[in-house]
Design a binder for this molecule. Structure first.
Ligand SMILES: Cc1cc2nc3c(=O)[nH]c(=O)nc-3n(C[C@H](O)[C@H](O)[C@H](O)COP(=O)(O)OP(=O)(O)OC[C@H]3O[C@@H](n4cnc5c(N)ncnc54)[C@H](O)[C@@H]3O)c2cc1C
Ligand code: SF4
Length: 510
């Protein structure tokens, strides 16, 4: 009897475990665009276009290889608007022996699928997702008994495991594990920023754009100028483009921000990695080859590989280790709502405006914009973790719960007590000034702290330190910050706190 194989929108990989041992002559594949998944968050319109179009292309590819694919395209009138309803409907018609799927990337859906065997009255086999280097079980094993889980040590394990940038006698190439100290240059326009990789939408993508514009008009962002890859072939071309034109500068300018360049030297590969159009090892091998052939320097290649086999795998491990309680962590007891300008970009803070505007246009902002601008502001302003997590999950093309949640709740908001960093990434306007040219175009003055035009990040930074003294004063990595605060005259401290309080009371007017 046939099996029914369910493939989700972020499982677009021919080597998906759910397809192992499957028989194209007997088994059925089900894929579905459903309302429940498309609208449980205010997903960016481009994210919906990307996922629906990539799914349609993948389904077509499977069919061309002889698979029988039952594909439900989105329509508000469809009777089945959840994955479970679709599977039930298909199972009723085709009477499969069992349902097979690969574990999904989100606790919410995982919990639902784990109950399907009861509600569907059918065996449901959930297979391990083998597209990651470290399985959930292997991460739990690594974490067991450790007092602190540090990405850097996990990363070294992954380097040893994969052999990436390792010498024959098992030492890191170049002698060091990490070259981050070289990766903090400001970008002053030279070398010029490489052009982004663009794909002209085909008929399938154009149809999806029309569909999203018609049925999801109130979702965040725009479908205009959609130019992302939607097939594995195109994603591979995007990878080759990155290796050729951007990887050499990736390390030096990894932390840089620009007032007029959206992408700088970043790869823009996360959407393809997270949906399975690209394989993480394939990507890292290509980067490593660029170093061995002298095409890119070691600080760039090591830094890039660390993001993928280090950070990406680490945050996934943390997510599955600590869910479901993780999602409710709020160790700094933040209660403030998300300022409205996160949705509109209408703020006179130039750095925030540029990051949100790029997000609105592209469904993309690079890591430092997410961490040190929009994230830093939410941290300093004491926004509720849930509110800021919902925003990040909605607005980025690459946002899936397993990767968005630890990055936002952990790395940005420090709401988990410090799994993603031994101290919060809180910073004043000085950091943004050092790493970008935003401040020279800003209404606010980065050098000022208490005046009406003073940069909001400045006093909010001191307010943050002051109000969380109990949580952080004993942290050796923060001693210097508290010493600097304590050295200031009481009148100055009072003026800083008063300015910050005014800002906190008037966030929506900034
Ligand atoms: C608040 C916040 C939310 C984030 N949400 C997401 C998210 O929803 N999805 C997502 O993929 N990344 C997320 N990140 C991590 C990172 O910002 C993006 O992976 C990166 O900006 C994607 O752009 P890129 O492909 O050009 O990355 P590059 O700068 O070119 O980096 C290369 C690759 O490394 C991986 N990577 C880098 N940093 C991280 C990280 N911290 N965690 C996981 N993978 C990483 C990505 O796969 C990325 O494609 C978030 C970071 C922050 C601070
Ligand atoms: S002055 Fe402050 S708000 Fe303005 S761009 Fe600089 S850091 Fe951002």
């Amino acid at each position: 009897m046939a099996n029914l194989i369910l493939i989700l929108g972020d499982q677009l990989s021919p080597n998906l475990s759910a397809l192992n041992d499957a028989d194209p002559d007997k088994d059925l594949i089900v894929m579905a665009e459903v309302r429940d998944e498309a609208s449980y968050a205010n997903h960016h319109k481009k994210k919906l276009v990307f996922i629906f179009s990539a799914m349609r292309h993948f389904a077509r590819e499977l069919e061309s290889q002889g698979w029988h694919v039952i594909y439900q395209a989105y329509h508000p009138g469809n009777a089945a608007q959840s994955l479970e309803q679709v599977v039930r409907h298909v199972a009723r018609e085709h009477q499969p022996e069992r349902v097979i799927t690969t574990e999904c990337g989100e606790w919410r859906l995982h919990q639902q699928i784990c109950q399907w065997h009861k509600s569907l009255g059918l065996p449901v086999e959930i297979r391990t997702d083998t597209r990651f280097l470290c399985t959930k079980a292997a991460f739990a094993h690594w974490a067991e008994g450790k007092k602190q889980l540090r990405m850097e040590f996990f990363y070294r394990e992954m380097r040893r495991k994969t052999g990436l940038l390792m010498t024959e006698d098992a030492r890191p190439e170049g002698g060091d594990w990490n070259y981050d100290a070289n990766n903090r240059k400001k970008w002053n326009g030279q070398p010029s920023a490489p052009p982004p990789f663009l794909v002209e939408p085909d008929d399938i993508t154009r149809n999806v754009i029309d569909l999203v514009n018609e049925h999801f008009p109130d979702h965040f962002g725009t479908t205009g100028d959609f130019c992302y890859a939607v097939t594995a072939d195109q994603a591979r071309q995007a990878l080759a483009h990155f290796i050729d034109v951007a990887l050499p500068g990736f390390g030096d300018y990894q932390d840089a921000m620009s007032d007029n360049e959206d992408w700088l030297f970043h790869s823009v590969l996360s959407p393809y990695l997270n949906t399975g159009l690209l394989d993480p090892l394939e990507v890292c091998d290509a980067a490593a080859r660029a170093w061995y052939s002298g095409q890119a320097p070691l600080n760039a290649v090591e830094g890039f590989i660390r993001q993928i086999i280090g950070w990406r795998e680490f945050v996934r491990g943390i997510y599955w280790l600590l869910m479901p309680d993780y999602a409710h962590e709020n160790r700094l007891n933040n209660t403030r709502d998300l300022p409205w300008f996160y949705w509109t970009g209408e703020t006179r803070m130039r750095c925030m405006h540029r990051a949100i505007d790029a997000t609105h246009r592209n469904a993309y902002a690079h890591h430092i914009q997410r961490l040190m601008v929009t994230g830093n502001f939410a941290l300093l302003a004491g926004v509720r973790p849930e509110a800021i997590c919902d925003w990040y999950l909605a607005v980025y093309l690459d946002a899936f719960d397993w990767v968005e949640l630890p990055n936002t709740l952990g790395m940005v908001m420090h709401a988990d007590g410090g799994y993603l960093g031994s101290k919060p990434y809180a910073a004043s306007g000085k950091y943004i000034q050092r790493m970008s040219d935003h401040c020279q175009n800003c209404h606010y003055r980065v050098q000022e702290t208490t005046s009406e035009r003073a940069c909001p990040f400045n006093s909010l930074y001191w307010h943050f330190l002051d109000r969380h003294r109990d949580a952080f004063a004993a942290n050796p990595r923060m001693t210097m910050m508290y010493r600097n605060w304590d050295r200031q005259k009481p009148e100055k401290q009072e003026a800083l706190l008063a300015r910050a309080q005014w800002l906190l009371d008037n966030l929506d007017q900034l």
